[in-house]
Design a protein around this ligand. Structure first.
Ligand SMILES: C[S@@+](CC[C@H](N)C(=O)[O-])C[C@H]1O[C@@H](n2cnc3c(N)ncnc32)[C@H](O)[C@@H]1O
Length: 286
């Protein structure tokens, strides 16, 4: 049986990373990378907001590469993809090998600690000794400042960072590796969107008011739920105003946001893989 946090432990980044390194979860995301690919809504927004396919893009929380290879197939050629879960990254790297794609740089890194990761400047392909091979040694580190023209954190990965201050840290860190004018595309849930969910959240608010919430949670809006793969998933479900505040506080200007259903209809396979979410596009100010 898999281990879980004890009720006395708060959710940590390490617990979230472990949950993604779980074998069943790795298989789930690897299957999605091989078979599902980009959602219709993702494809539409990516092409709309990242028109320059030669521009350097950073994909955070790439997992096994579902979005990464979707970007590659759309013609994006300067891609750096990172994740903090090494088992998922391993799947992304083997899919790259299977597809004989050696120009994508895969990096193991935590989105809240990008300034501690000096790897972004190395643009050398793996075939020429670049960081695609996933080596984190000093010799592989570049010296230039990272300068991404765009960043993506798809399928709610940003909201899997426990603690609002840590999520704000990620917003700041992502900003710090992007050039002025860079776009940032990401998704979150919206706990005010669905009337039924609003009722459940009202019950949850009552639990928090009397101190009866799951003691492992950090903030109202957090969930640490048993997933269909036999493990646990952490997710923070924000309200729209919270994300707008976080963007403003961290130097991003909101350009666009909409629920997925308003962007494009999705196939049954996509709806089976993922629930409704809100898309966000922000721009890095000067
Ligand atoms: C829901 S999965 C999505 C994976 C992939 N983008 C996809 O759509 O199939 C979220 C991903 O974000 C990664 N992640 C969560 N927190 C992270 C962090 N602080 N730094 C880097 N990656 C993180 C997880 O390891 C996981 O691979």
């Amino acid at each position: 049986m898999r281990t879980d946090l004890s009720p006395a432990e708060k959710i940590t980044a390490a617990a979230v990373r472990d949950s993604f390194n779980d074998a069943a979860v790795v298989m789930h995301y690897a299957r999605a990378a091989h078979q599902l690919g980009l959602w219709a809504s993702e494809r539409l927004l990516i092409e709309q907001w990242f028109p320059d396919k030669a521009a350097p893009l950073l994909e955070l929380g790439c997992g096994a590469g579902r979005v990464t290879f979707g970007l590659w197939d759309l013609g994006y050629r300067d891609l750096t993809a990172l994740d903090f879960a090494e088992e998922l990254l391993e799947q992304a790297r083997s899919l790259a090998a299977l597809r004989a794609v050696d120009a994508i740089r895969f990096i193991q890194a935590d989105a809240t600690k990008l300034s501690q990761c000096h790897l972004f400047a190395d643009k050398t392909p793996a075939s020429e000794g670049g960081i695609c091979a996933g080596r984190n040694d000093e010799a592989q580190q570049g010296t230039d400042r990272p300068d991404f023209a765009g960043a993506l954190f798809m399928f709610n990965g940003l909201m899997q960072i426990p603690g609002r201050e840590n999520r704000r840290k990620a917003f700041r860190e992502i900003r710090s590796v992007c050039r002025p004018g860079a776009r940032f595309l990401f998704t979150t849930h919206d706990r005010e969107d669905d009337p039924h969910a609003r009722l459940c959240w009202a019950d949850e608010a009552a639990r928090w008011a009397r101190g009866g919430q799951d003691p492992r949670l950090i903030e109202f809006g957090d969930r640490w739920f048993a997933n269909e793969l036999g493990g646990r998933t952490f997710m923070h479900l924000p309200v729209r105003a919270e994300v707008v505040e976080d963007l403003t506080a961290t130097g991003w200007t909101l350009l666009f946001d909409a629920m997925r259903r308003a962007v494009a209809p999705e196939s049954a396979a996509v709806r089976e893989f993922s629930d409704e979410c809100r898309f966000w596009v922000a721009e890095r100010g000067e």
